[in-house]
Structure formats: structure tokens, C-alpha cells
Write a protein that binds this ligand. Structure first.
Ligand SMILES: Nc1ncnc2c1ncn2[C@@H]1O[C@H](COP(=O)(O)OP(=O)(O)OP(=O)(O)O)[C@@H](O)[C@H]1O
Ligand SMILES: [Mg+2]
Length: 594
């Protein structure tokens, strides 16, 4: 074997393998260059999934002829003034994107330096550079990439369908646009506009939400909580979705560090730790967090595509994120999801053709008459004490955030009225959350108080379940549950948490046994403590007011007042909302009163 120095062309093609994985990576590099050049408006156009054409025009500083010639050379950059890699505030710095793209495609760049009288263009075709030519471009820079990967057929074979590549490009544009709400983006594919994003005023909290809404969806805006924290030289700002707005994967967790959207391996775990038991198992919230910190605190030179970075103090950053998110979620307290209420409202909208055709009216009237048979328990039913209590408390109760209980529906939902809205509460979900929060609090405050069962309850289980529960007896006692082995396949329950009330003991033990089975092999004593939240949540679930229990007005109002004074009552332990609120104004709209 003879060692040889590779020709520059080949070096560029090799580098392209890392930097330019697919059309979306070209789009990323070109957008980043335009952003670094101070552009206020970017136009992106593609054809053939970006393989036939990618064209990006910007109104940034542009390049003069000398810079334009250098820009396509390897390791030529204007972004490292000194030799210091620890003070990078630009998105690019490696000086290899343009030569890499030029090595595997037909690249042409036209540019006019700001204030210059003439514009120039240069092209690179599979590594072969053209001479500089005059161009008619009036301002900024326009980069065109045609026939991507035609020079590397092996890579071309790995491309997905045009549609998949287009989707990846659109995602990429959105990700970058999310990081820079102050820049306008227009994206067109096959000469048709896909989306246009107007520039938002700088000042993230007031205006950034508009851009986030365009990208993360209108539900996000309705359910977004502002997040802000400062520690040392680190500033964290952004918006986090309510836990009820959850997704099956972590793709909608956006972290932007010093203007750079990054994939942080630990972010998903960090966010899950912050949301904790507010989220259903295996689901992720939607959020966009902007982190600003001195450039020396991060190393961006980790990966050729620059989508990953390392924090010098990663624990500090993560605890800042967790703290800020918990604070935002805590402050939101019992706030329920607005987007769900709206969905409910739209489902309630009267059928089209209202009043037009008699038969449709008849049908509806029939429907109403039928529904009148449904179980509905108004509080104003002629029971003296009921009427007294409701009438008496009424004036003040409607001033509470969750209002005054008016009725119970199907023995499952509490219907309450505030001064400007109708509130519907899922009594089981709400109570479960209350019990759970109380169990957690009393556990943290030194112990869960227990109640002795007058008659110890024998619970039959299978042999495995009984023995693993008995083995965990000491731990369970700390959680307020006192059990003893009782024969080969049963346990005897002597005491339960006081908050458990007259809950379902057998159901609880069966679920706890399942919890234990899941962590089997973890060693006997650690297993419950590590899943404390789970165990307490299981207890809360079985100890809560079931759907299907009739409540009296005092019980209902007490539940509403409890919800208001307990944190995190906007959703139950499974992430379902505990209540929805329909504004009177919206109800009036339904009846065309507005
Ligand atoms: N749209 C543009 N407007 C003005 N100058 C540009 C533009 N695109 C590229 N340049 C100039 O060309 C140089 C080379 O760009 P290239 O993307 O190859 O490297 P880079 O951005 O410096 O680093 P990286 O490889 O990390 O992207 C840049 O440093 C910049 O000076
Ligand atoms: Mg670049």
C-alpha cells in the first residue's frame, strides 16, 4: 500500500458525505449562511424534492468579487476572525459547506456586496470552478444548487421519495425559522408557495409566540406557558405547552442555543423530569426554549452538521431548564387546556342549515326530547337543604375560578358556573389528582397517615403477586399500606392511607403487584421507592371518587374549592384534563347572540 495525499476534489466529496446528507442539509447550510450574513428576508425554492433544484435568495450583506471567489474554497470562512473556537456566535465557522456542496452538485452563487455597484457570480460543477462573471443581481446573495449528488451516484441511491425529501426540507426550514422569528421566510416547492412566515418584532415574549404558533400550531399558542429563568450569565426564555398538549415523540421539543437549533440527547429526559407525572406515560410535551449563554460555555465544534453541542456545565443548564419549567407549570396551577375546550365548542356548534328545513328541525327536536331522559341531576331539585346551600353560597361561589356547582351529569361530571363561563369537571379525574397531590405532600412531610380498617380485608391474588407484595411490606407501610402474608395466595390488609377513604383495596393491590412485577430483578427494596410517584398515583386512582357516584352540592363545591387550592389540578395523573371551560361569550356565539 502506498500512502498518497488526496486531491482537493476528493477531499471535498468526502467532507460532503458528512455535511450534505440529503437535500434538507443543503437547505440548512444555505439558510445558515444567509442568517449569518444578516439577512432579514429569505426566499427558498425547491424542485424535485431538492434534488433537481434548491434556490435560496437573501437580502444580507452579500460578497464582493474577492470574497465570492474565496467562498467556494475549502476552509475559507469570514467567521473566525481570530483563531479562537471558543467564542463562536455565528451558525457557520468551518468554511466547508459551499465547497462540499460544489463537489457533489452544480452550484452557482450570485452576489452583490452591500453598497457595491456591481454583482458577480461564480459556479462550481462537481468540483470544477468557473471564472467570476458579472451578474445582474440587484442585492444580497442568490445560491442555486442543481442536480444534487449527480457526482456521487452512490449517495443518490439513498434518497427517499421526492415527497419525503420535500417533507424533510419543510421541517428543516421550519426548525430554522422557529429559531429566528425576526427573519421573514418564504418557502415554495415546484413553484407553489408552501408557507410564508412574516418577520416578528424582536423581543421574544411578546412577538415570538406568533412565529411559534405558525410553526407549532394554533393549539400551542392557546396552551403555551411563558418560561423564563436567569442564572449567572445564562438566560432561558421561551414557551412550554400545557401537559395536556402531548405528542407521541420528542420531535416537538425545540431547544435553541444562541440562535442555533440543536438536538440535545438529554433534552427529552430533562423535559420529562420537569413535567414528571403531569404527562401520560411515553408522551412528550410541545415546547420551544431559547437559551442564551456566553459562547465559551458551549462547544459547537462537536459534529460536522453542527446540530449537536456540548455544554460546559450541562448539569447546571439542565437544572435551570427543569426549574423554569416546573415554575411555569406550577404557576399555571389548575389552568386547563383552552384548545380542548375549543374543540368541544366546535363539536357543539348547531348543525348547518339551521331553521331552514322543517324535517331537520323535527329531527333535532326529537333528539332533544330523547335526551331529556338522560340522567341529569339539577341542584335546584326540590330538596330544601340543597336549595338553601346553593342559593346561599351562590353569589360568592361564582366568583371562584371554577365557580359554583350547578348540577351533576351522569353521576360523572360536575357542571359549574363562573361569572363568565360554564365549567365541566370530570369528578374522578379531578379527585384522583387531589388525592395524589396530597399523598405526595404528606409523604414529603414525613409520612402518610393511615387508617385502621375495622375489619382487615383479605385480598386473594395469585401466588407470585402475594409473595412479592409481602416482600415489599416494609416499604408499603411507609406509603401508608399495612399488609401481612395470609396463606399461599392472599394478603391481609390491616391499614390503608387515610386519604384512600373507602377506595378499592383489591384493585390497588393487584396494580401494585403489577408494578412490582415490572421492576422485578431490580432488587427487592429499591423497587417501590424508585417508582414512588407511580405507586402514589396508583393509590390515588383507586382511592378516588369513582365516576358514577352521586355527589351532593356541598361535596361538589368542596371538590371545586380543593382543585383551586391544589397545584397541578388541571389534569389527572394520566394526563387527561380534569375540567374544561366554555366561555359564556362563546356559548352566546353558538346561539347567535353575538
Ligand atoms: N448568503 C451569503 N451571504 C454572504 N456571504 C456568504 C453567504 N454564504 C456564504 N458566504 C460567505 O462564504 C463563506 C463560506 O461559506 P461556507 O458555508 O462554506 O462556510 P462557513 O459558513 O464560513 O462555515 P460552515 O462550513 O460551518 O458553514 C462564509 O464564511 C461567508 O463569508
Ligand atoms: Mg456556512
Amino acid at each position: 500500500m502506498v500512502i498518497r495525499q488526496l486531491p482537493p476534489d476528493l477531499i471535498n466529496r468526502i467532507a460532503a458525505g458528512e455535511v450534505v446528507e440529503r437535500p434538507a442539509s443543503v437547505v440548512k447550510e444555505l439558510i445558515e449562511n444567509a442568517v449569518d450574513a444578516g439577512a432579514r428576508r429569505l426566499d427558498i425554492a425547491t424542485a424535485g424534492g431538492g434534488l433537481r433544484l434548491i434556490r435560496i435568495s437573501d437580502d444580507g450583506t452579500g460578497m464582493d468579487r474577492g470574497d465570492l471567489a474565496l467562498a467556494v474554497e475549502r476552509h475559507a470562512t469570514s467567521k473566525l476572525a481570530g483563531d479562537d473556537l471558543s467564542s463562536i456566535l455565528t451558525l457557520g465557522f468551518r468554511g466547508e459547506a459551499l465547497p462540499s456542496i460544489g463537489a457533489v452538485a452544480r452550484l452557482s452563487i450570485a452576489s452583490r456586496a452591500r453598497g457595491a455597484n456591481d454583482a458577480y457570480e461564480i459556479s462550481v460543477d462537481a468540483g470544477r470552478k468557473s471564472k467570476l462573471k458579472p451578474s445582474a443581481l440587484s442585492a444580497g446573495t442568490r445560491v442555486e444548487v442543481r442536480d444534487l449528488f449527480y457526482a456521487t451516484p452512490a449517495r443518490l441511491k439513498f434518497m427517499k421519495s421526492e415527497r419525503a425529501e420535500n417533507a424533510a426540507i419543510a421541517e428543516m426550514v421550519k426548525r430554522l425559522a422557529l429559531a429566528r422569528p425576526d427573519i421573514a421566510f418564504a418557502f415554495a416547492s415546484e413553484e407553489r408557495t408552501v408557507f410564508r412566515l412574516e418577520a416578528c418584532q424582536p423581543g421574544l415574549l411578546e412577538h415570538g409566540l406568533t412565529r411559534l404558533g405558525r410553526i407549532l400550531g394554533p393549539d400551542f399558542v392557546k396552551d403555551a406557558l411563558p418560561v423564563r429563568a436567569v442564572r449567572g450569565g445564562v438566560l432561558l426564555e421561551g414557551f412550554a405547552g400545557l401537559p395536556t398538549l402531548h405528542r407521541p415523540n420528542s420531535l416537538q421539543l425545540h431547544l435553541i442555543v444562541n440562535g442555533r437549533p440543536v438536538r440535545d440527547r438529554l433534552l427529552a429526559g430533562t423535559v420529562r423530569a420537569a413535567y414528571g407525572d403531569l404527562l401520560p406515560q411515553g408522551r412528550y410535551p410541545v415546547l420551544a426554549l431559547f437559551l442564551s449563554l456566553p459562547p465559551g460555555e458551549v462547544d459547537v465544534n462537536v459534529h460536522p452538521a453542527k446540530t449537536e453541542l456540548r455544554f460546559r456545565d450541562s448539569n447546571g443548564v439542565r437544572s435551570l431548564i427543569i426549574g423554569a419549567l416546573r415554575e411555569a407549570l406550577g404557576a399555571a396551577g389548575h389552568r386547563a387546556t383552552a384548545s380542548l375546550s375549543e374543540a368541544a365548542l366546535s363539536r357543539m356548534a348547531p348543525p348547518p342549515g339551521r331553521g331552514a328545513r322543517p324535517e331537520s328541525f323535527e329531527k333535532r327536536a326529537f333528539g332533544l326530547a330523547e335526551r331529556a331522559q338522560a340522567p341529569f341531576t339539577p341542584l335546584s331539585e326540590p330538596s330544601a337543604d340543597t336549595r338553601g346551600s346553593v342559593a346561599g353560597d351562590d353569589a360568592s361561589d361564582t366568583a371562584y375560578p371554577l365557580g359554583a356547582a350547578r348540577a351533576q351529569l351522569n353521576d360523572t361530571f360536575i357542571v359549574a358556573a363562573t361569572e363568565d363561563a360554564l365549567v365541566i369537571v370530570d369528578q374522578h379525574a379531578a379527585h384522583e389528582r387531589l388525592v395524589y397531590e396530597r399523598l405526595k405532600r404528606s409523604f414529603a412531610n414525613g409520612g402518610i397517615s393511615r387508617q385502621l380498617l375495622l375489619i382487615p380485608e383479605v385480598v386473594e391474588l395469585d401466588g407470585d403477586a402475594a409473595s412479592s407484595l409481602s416482600a415489599a411490606a416494609v416499604e408499603l407501610e411507609r406509603l401508608g399500606l399495612v399488609i401481612e402474608p395470609f396463606g399461599p395466595a392472599s394478603v391481609l390488609v390491616r391499614e390503608v392511607p387515610s386519604l384512600f377513604g373507602t377506595g378499592d383495596v383489591k384493585g390497588l393491590l393487584a396494580d401494585l403487584a403489577a408494578e412490582l412485577a415490572e421492576t422485578e430483578g431490580d432488587g427487592e427494596t429499591r423497587l417501590l421507592a424508585g417508582r414512588l410517584d407511580h405507586v402514589l398515583s396508583t393509590m390515588a386512582c383507586h382511592g378516588s371518587v369513582r365516576a358514577g357516584r352521586r355527589l351532593n352540592p356541598e361535596e361538589m363545591n368542596a371538590l371545586l374549592r380543593d382543585m383551586e387550592s391544589t397545584p397541578f389540578t388541571g389534569q389527572c395523573n394520566h394526563g387527561r384534563p380534569t375540567y374544561i371551560e366554555l366561555k359564556l361569550a362563546d356559548i352566546e356565539k353558538l346561539f347567535s347572540r353575538r
